[in-house]
Design a protein around this ligand. Structure first.
Ligand SMILES: [Mg+2]
Length: 212
């Protein structure tokens, strides 16, 4: 992997595992937000959230378009939680990132304050040269094309010399289309996708791929 100069990391369920439960808690708070806002019962809120997520890539985007929800009201509510209750300092990850010479960037559909909380708790806040969060993307989230265009334009990375890592396969498709090397992280319980180059079960396996 000598030709890789930049690594683009998703945050949630990528830099920490799904099993940590943090993103699940964000999901619970989204359900609560929808229940309160639209006077729906819990099952109604869950199915509405799923529909919006599948259609728009994030619930927020769907709520902004369909319901004219104020994004700051939404973000303030759903990310009002303590990352320390779910995550702790990850020495293995710190060591792995410290050994990677490539430029490292976070590309997330979450807001910056959530990204900062998470990377601080994990102990990896000093490794990243850029954070592309949902506000910086003007709420044009992954996997929408605009998000990738903005990332490439502002960070001045060459997609053909970049690797993107995400736990959601749909987010890797546009990355592959612009020439990136793509890595899907997760428990391996999925089909193979033509636009995914590497499959890993946890983020620290990236070090091994880069040494190939
Ligand atoms: Mg993710």
């Amino acid at each position: 992997m000598r030709d890789i100069e930049a690594i683009i990391f998703d945050l949630d369920n990528t830099l920490y595992p799904k099993e940590a439960g943090l993103l699940n808690e964000v999901g619970n708070r989204i359900d609560e937000f929808i229940c309160k806002k639209f006077n729906l019962d819990y099952p109604g809120a869950v199915s509405y959230r799923k529909k919006l997520f599948n259609e728009y890539g994030t619930t927020l985007k769907g709520l902004m378009i369909e319901e004219k929800v104020d994004p700051e009201e939404y973000l303030g509510f759903v990310h009002n939680l303590n990352a320390e209750n779910f995550l702790k300092r990850n020495e293995e990850l710190i060591k792995m990132l410290g050994g990677i010479k490539q430029k490292k960037i976070i590309f997330s559909n979450s807001p910056r304050e959530h990204v900062l909380n998470v990377i601080r708790v994990l102990g990896i806040e000093d490794f990243f040269s850029g954070i592309y969060d949902i506000r910086l993307l003007d709420f044009n989230n992954k996997p929408g094309e605009d998000a990738y265009n903005k990332l490439v334009k502002h960070s001045r990375i060459n997609p053909k010399e970049s690797m993107m890592i995400d736990d959601y396969e749909n987010n890797l498709k546009p990355a592959k289309e612009i020439g990136m090397t793509t890595v899907l992280v997760g428990n391996g319980d999925y089909h193979k996708f033509p636009y995914v180059d590497y499959y890993i079960t946890k983020i620290t396996e990236i070090g091994g791929i880069l040494r190939e």
